[in-house]
Design a protein around this ligand. Structure first.
Ligand code: AMP
Length: 251
Protein backbone atom coordinates (compact mmCIF):
# COMPACT_ATOMS: atom_id res chain seq x y z
CA UNK A 1 0.00 0.00 0.00
CA UNK A 2 1.51 3.39 -0.90
CA UNK A 3 1.10 6.49 1.22
CA UNK A 4 -1.64 7.83 -1.06
CA UNK A 5 -3.86 4.87 -0.43
CA UNK A 6 -3.26 4.89 3.28
CA UNK A 7 -6.70 5.84 4.56
CA UNK A 8 -5.16 6.41 7.96
CA UNK A 9 -3.11 9.42 6.70
CA UNK A 10 -5.94 11.87 7.50
CA UNK A 11 -6.07 10.51 11.03
CA UNK A 12 -2.53 11.64 11.67
CA UNK A 13 -3.51 15.27 11.09
CA UNK A 14 -0.54 17.61 10.83
CA UNK A 15 1.84 14.61 11.12
CA UNK A 16 0.63 13.10 7.80
CA UNK A 17 3.20 12.68 5.04
CA UNK A 18 2.31 11.90 1.46
CA UNK A 19 4.23 10.67 -1.55
CA UNK A 20 4.43 12.79 -4.74
CA UNK A 21 1.88 12.55 -7.57
CA UNK A 22 2.01 9.42 -9.74
CA UNK A 23 3.61 10.02 -13.15
CA UNK A 24 0.24 9.64 -14.89
CA UNK A 25 -1.04 12.81 -13.20
CA UNK A 26 -0.08 16.28 -14.35
CA UNK A 27 -1.69 18.17 -11.49
CA UNK A 28 -3.37 17.40 -8.15
CA UNK A 29 -7.12 16.73 -8.34
CA UNK A 30 -9.63 17.91 -5.77
CA UNK A 31 -12.98 16.19 -5.48
CA UNK A 32 -15.89 16.03 -3.07
CA UNK A 33 -17.93 12.81 -3.03
CA UNK A 34 -21.59 13.06 -2.05
CA UNK A 35 -24.18 10.34 -1.59
CA UNK A 36 -26.44 8.76 1.02
CA UNK A 37 -24.85 6.26 3.41
CA UNK A 38 -24.44 2.95 1.58
CA UNK A 39 -24.27 4.23 -2.01
CA UNK A 40 -20.66 3.10 -2.12
CA UNK A 41 -18.92 6.45 -2.19
CA UNK A 42 -16.17 5.20 0.15
CA UNK A 43 -15.39 2.37 -2.28
CA UNK A 44 -15.39 4.78 -5.22
CA UNK A 45 -13.12 7.12 -3.28
CA UNK A 46 -10.69 4.22 -2.77
CA UNK A 47 -10.70 3.33 -6.48
CA UNK A 48 -10.33 6.95 -7.57
CA UNK A 49 -7.60 7.50 -5.01
CA UNK A 50 -5.59 4.64 -6.55
CA UNK A 51 -6.02 6.15 -10.02
CA UNK A 52 -5.45 9.81 -9.23
CA UNK A 53 -2.92 9.48 -6.43
CA UNK A 54 -5.11 11.74 -4.29
CA UNK A 55 -5.69 11.05 -0.58
CA UNK A 56 -9.10 9.82 0.48
CA UNK A 57 -10.11 11.99 3.40
CA UNK A 58 -13.07 10.76 5.43
CA UNK A 59 -14.38 12.65 8.46
CA UNK A 60 -16.22 9.44 9.46
CA UNK A 61 -12.82 7.70 9.73
CA UNK A 62 -11.62 10.43 12.09
CA UNK A 63 -14.61 10.00 14.38
CA UNK A 64 -14.36 6.20 14.33
CA UNK A 65 -10.66 6.41 15.18
CA UNK A 66 -11.44 8.78 18.05
CA UNK A 67 -13.45 5.99 19.70
CA UNK A 68 -10.19 4.29 20.66
CA UNK A 69 -9.05 7.33 22.69
CA UNK A 70 -9.60 6.65 26.41
CA UNK A 71 -12.83 8.27 27.63
CA UNK A 72 -10.98 10.35 30.25
CA UNK A 73 -8.72 11.84 27.55
CA UNK A 74 -11.55 12.87 25.22
CA UNK A 75 -12.70 16.49 25.15
CA UNK A 76 -16.40 17.13 25.94
CA UNK A 77 -16.90 18.05 22.27
CA UNK A 78 -15.44 14.74 21.16
CA UNK A 79 -17.68 12.82 23.56
CA UNK A 80 -20.73 14.61 22.16
CA UNK A 81 -19.51 13.81 18.64
CA UNK A 82 -19.14 10.11 19.42
CA UNK A 83 -22.54 10.03 21.06
CA UNK A 84 -24.14 11.59 17.95
CA UNK A 85 -22.31 9.13 15.74
CA UNK A 86 -23.45 6.12 17.75
CA UNK A 87 -27.07 7.19 17.25
CA UNK A 88 -26.54 7.80 13.55
CA UNK A 89 -26.99 11.56 13.96
CA UNK A 90 -24.72 14.16 12.41
CA UNK A 91 -21.89 15.56 14.52
CA UNK A 92 -22.16 19.34 15.03
CA UNK A 93 -20.79 21.55 12.26
CA UNK A 94 -18.55 23.26 14.81
CA UNK A 95 -16.81 20.02 15.83
CA UNK A 96 -16.50 18.77 12.26
CA UNK A 97 -15.02 22.06 11.06
CA UNK A 98 -12.56 22.11 13.96
CA UNK A 99 -11.39 18.58 12.96
CA UNK A 100 -11.01 19.57 9.32
CA UNK A 101 -9.22 22.83 10.08
CA UNK A 102 -6.76 20.93 12.30
CA UNK A 103 -5.97 18.83 9.23
CA UNK A 104 -5.59 21.68 6.75
CA UNK A 105 -2.22 20.21 5.78
CA UNK A 106 -4.11 17.31 4.15
CA UNK A 107 -6.15 19.71 2.03
CA UNK A 108 -3.00 21.54 0.96
CA UNK A 109 -1.27 18.27 0.04
CA UNK A 110 0.35 18.39 -3.41
CA UNK A 111 -1.20 15.02 -4.24
CA UNK A 112 -4.76 16.38 -4.15
CA UNK A 113 -7.72 15.00 -2.20
CA UNK A 114 -11.02 13.17 -2.38
CA UNK A 115 -13.32 14.31 0.40
CA UNK A 116 -15.60 11.48 1.51
CA UNK A 117 -18.36 12.34 4.00
CA UNK A 118 -17.46 16.01 4.26
CA UNK A 119 -19.15 18.40 3.72
CA UNK A 120 -22.43 17.01 5.05
CA UNK A 121 -24.44 20.20 5.51
CA UNK A 122 -24.72 23.43 3.55
CA UNK A 123 -22.99 25.27 6.44
CA UNK A 124 -20.01 22.86 6.15
CA UNK A 125 -19.96 23.33 2.36
CA UNK A 126 -19.89 27.11 2.76
CA UNK A 127 -17.06 26.82 5.29
CA UNK A 128 -15.15 24.53 2.89
CA UNK A 129 -15.62 27.02 0.05
CA UNK A 130 -14.12 29.77 2.23
CA UNK A 131 -11.27 27.52 3.40
CA UNK A 132 -10.35 26.50 -0.15
CA UNK A 133 -10.58 30.08 -1.43
CA UNK A 134 -8.14 31.14 1.29
CA UNK A 135 -5.78 28.32 0.29
CA UNK A 136 -6.29 29.09 -3.43
CA UNK A 137 -7.42 25.54 -4.09
CA UNK A 138 -10.13 24.87 -6.67
CA UNK A 139 -12.48 21.91 -6.59
CA UNK A 140 -12.48 19.98 -9.87
CA UNK A 141 -15.90 18.44 -9.33
CA UNK A 142 -18.43 17.22 -6.79
CA UNK A 143 -19.46 13.65 -7.55
CA UNK A 144 -22.95 12.85 -6.35
CA UNK A 145 -23.71 9.10 -6.21
CA UNK A 146 -27.39 8.19 -6.51
CA UNK A 147 -29.27 4.99 -5.63
CA UNK A 148 -32.84 3.88 -4.63
CA UNK A 149 -33.48 3.47 -0.89
CA UNK A 150 -34.13 -0.35 -0.94
CA UNK A 151 -30.76 -0.94 -2.58
CA UNK A 152 -29.07 1.28 0.00
CA UNK A 153 -30.49 -0.70 2.93
CA UNK A 154 -29.32 -4.02 1.41
CA UNK A 155 -25.86 -2.62 0.86
CA UNK A 156 -25.45 -1.25 4.37
CA UNK A 157 -26.46 -4.44 6.14
CA UNK A 158 -23.76 -6.42 4.28
CA UNK A 159 -20.98 -3.88 4.58
CA UNK A 160 -17.83 -4.81 6.54
CA UNK A 161 -14.90 -2.50 7.29
CA UNK A 162 -11.30 -3.34 8.16
CA UNK A 163 -10.58 -2.29 11.73
CA UNK A 164 -7.00 -1.49 10.86
CA UNK A 165 -6.68 0.04 7.35
CA UNK A 166 -10.38 1.01 6.88
CA UNK A 167 -10.78 -0.83 3.55
CA UNK A 168 -14.44 -1.53 2.79
CA UNK A 169 -15.92 -4.93 1.80
CA UNK A 170 -19.40 -6.35 1.25
CA UNK A 171 -20.41 -9.89 2.17
CA UNK A 172 -21.99 -10.38 -1.28
CA UNK A 173 -20.65 -7.86 -3.80
CA UNK A 174 -17.08 -7.44 -2.54
CA UNK A 175 -16.22 -10.35 -0.24
CA UNK A 176 -12.78 -10.70 1.31
CA UNK A 177 -10.77 -13.72 0.12
CA UNK A 178 -10.88 -15.11 3.67
CA UNK A 179 -14.12 -14.34 5.53
CA UNK A 180 -13.63 -11.70 8.21
CA UNK A 181 -10.01 -10.93 7.26
CA UNK A 182 -8.82 -7.90 5.25
CA UNK A 183 -7.12 -8.88 1.94
CA UNK A 184 -4.80 -5.90 2.16
CA UNK A 185 -3.49 -5.85 5.75
CA UNK A 186 -4.91 -8.96 7.47
CA UNK A 187 -6.94 -6.84 9.93
CA UNK A 188 -10.34 -7.92 11.33
CA UNK A 189 -13.42 -7.05 9.27
CA UNK A 190 -16.21 -5.62 11.42
CA UNK A 191 -19.71 -4.26 11.00
CA UNK A 192 -19.71 -0.59 11.88
CA UNK A 193 -21.90 0.31 14.84
CA UNK A 194 -23.75 2.85 12.68
CA UNK A 195 -24.49 0.25 9.96
CA UNK A 196 -26.89 -1.51 12.33
CA UNK A 197 -30.57 -1.18 11.34
CA UNK A 198 -31.63 1.28 14.08
CA UNK A 199 -28.78 3.68 13.22
CA UNK A 200 -29.32 3.33 9.48
CA UNK A 201 -32.85 4.77 9.75
CA UNK A 202 -31.60 7.83 11.61
CA UNK A 203 -28.70 8.29 9.19
CA UNK A 204 -31.02 8.24 6.18
CA UNK A 205 -33.25 10.87 7.79
CA UNK A 206 -30.18 13.02 8.57
CA UNK A 207 -29.06 12.64 4.98
CA UNK A 208 -32.40 13.70 3.54
CA UNK A 209 -32.70 16.81 5.68
CA UNK A 210 -29.09 18.02 5.87
CA UNK A 211 -27.05 16.51 3.07
CA UNK A 212 -29.40 16.29 0.10
CA UNK A 213 -29.54 20.15 -0.20
CA UNK A 214 -25.77 20.07 -0.83
CA UNK A 215 -26.41 18.84 -4.36
CA UNK A 216 -28.26 22.11 -5.08
CA UNK A 217 -25.47 24.13 -3.53
CA UNK A 218 -22.86 22.56 -5.81
CA UNK A 219 -25.16 22.50 -8.85
CA UNK A 220 -25.37 26.29 -8.60
CA UNK A 221 -21.55 26.45 -8.52
CA UNK A 222 -21.52 24.31 -11.68
CA UNK A 223 -19.47 21.61 -9.95
CA UNK A 224 -22.06 18.84 -9.59
CA UNK A 225 -21.60 15.59 -11.53
CA UNK A 226 -24.43 13.08 -10.82
CA UNK A 227 -23.45 9.43 -11.14
CA UNK A 228 -25.78 6.43 -10.90
CA UNK A 229 -24.42 4.09 -8.21
CA UNK A 230 -26.28 1.02 -9.63
CA UNK A 231 -24.19 -2.03 -10.48
CA UNK A 232 -20.86 -3.40 -9.32
CA UNK A 233 -18.22 -1.13 -7.77
CA UNK A 234 -16.15 -1.55 -10.96
CA UNK A 235 -19.08 -0.55 -13.21
CA UNK A 236 -19.74 2.54 -11.08
CA UNK A 237 -16.05 3.39 -11.15
CA UNK A 238 -15.90 3.12 -14.97
CA UNK A 239 -19.00 5.33 -15.19
CA UNK A 240 -17.36 7.87 -12.89
CA UNK A 241 -14.13 7.96 -14.89
CA UNK A 242 -16.05 8.44 -18.16
CA UNK A 243 -18.05 11.31 -16.70
CA UNK A 244 -14.91 12.95 -15.33
CA UNK A 245 -13.09 12.53 -18.63
CA UNK A 246 -16.03 14.16 -20.40
CA UNK A 247 -15.67 17.03 -17.92
CA UNK A 248 -11.88 17.10 -18.50
CA UNK A 249 -11.07 16.22 -14.89
CA UNK A 250 -9.59 12.71 -14.66
CA UNK A 251 -6.34 13.19 -16.59
P1 AMP B 1 -19.50 8.19 7.43
O1 AMP B 1 -18.42 7.18 7.59
O2 AMP B 1 -19.11 9.29 6.50
O3 AMP B 1 -20.83 7.58 7.08
O4 AMP B 1 -19.67 8.87 8.87
C1 AMP B 1 -20.07 8.14 10.01
C2 AMP B 1 -20.69 9.07 11.03
O5 AMP B 1 -19.73 10.08 11.45
C3 AMP B 1 -21.90 9.86 10.55
O6 AMP B 1 -23.10 9.11 10.65
C4 AMP B 1 -21.86 11.07 11.49
O7 AMP B 1 -22.34 10.73 12.77
C5 AMP B 1 -20.37 11.33 11.62
N1 AMP B 1 -19.87 12.26 10.57
C6 AMP B 1 -18.92 11.99 9.64
N2 AMP B 1 -18.68 13.04 8.86
C7 AMP B 1 -19.51 14.01 9.28
C8 AMP B 1 -19.77 15.35 8.85
N3 AMP B 1 -19.09 15.89 7.82
N4 AMP B 1 -20.72 16.07 9.52
C9 AMP B 1 -21.40 15.54 10.56
N5 AMP B 1 -21.22 14.29 11.00
C10 AMP B 1 -20.29 13.52 10.38
Amino acid sequence: MNAKNDRAAWLKGPAAHCSPLPETQTRPRHFVLLGAPGVGKGTQAELLSARLGACQLSTGDIFRAAKSIAACERSPALNLALDAMRKGELVSDETVLAMVTERIVCLRCGGGFLLDGFPRTVAQAEALTRLLAREQIQLDAVLSYELPLETIVARLSGRRTCEKCKAVYHVQSRPAKVEGVCDGCGGNLIQREDDRPESVKVRMAAYESSTAPLADYYRKLNLLVSVSAEGSPEAVYQRTVQMLEAKGGCG
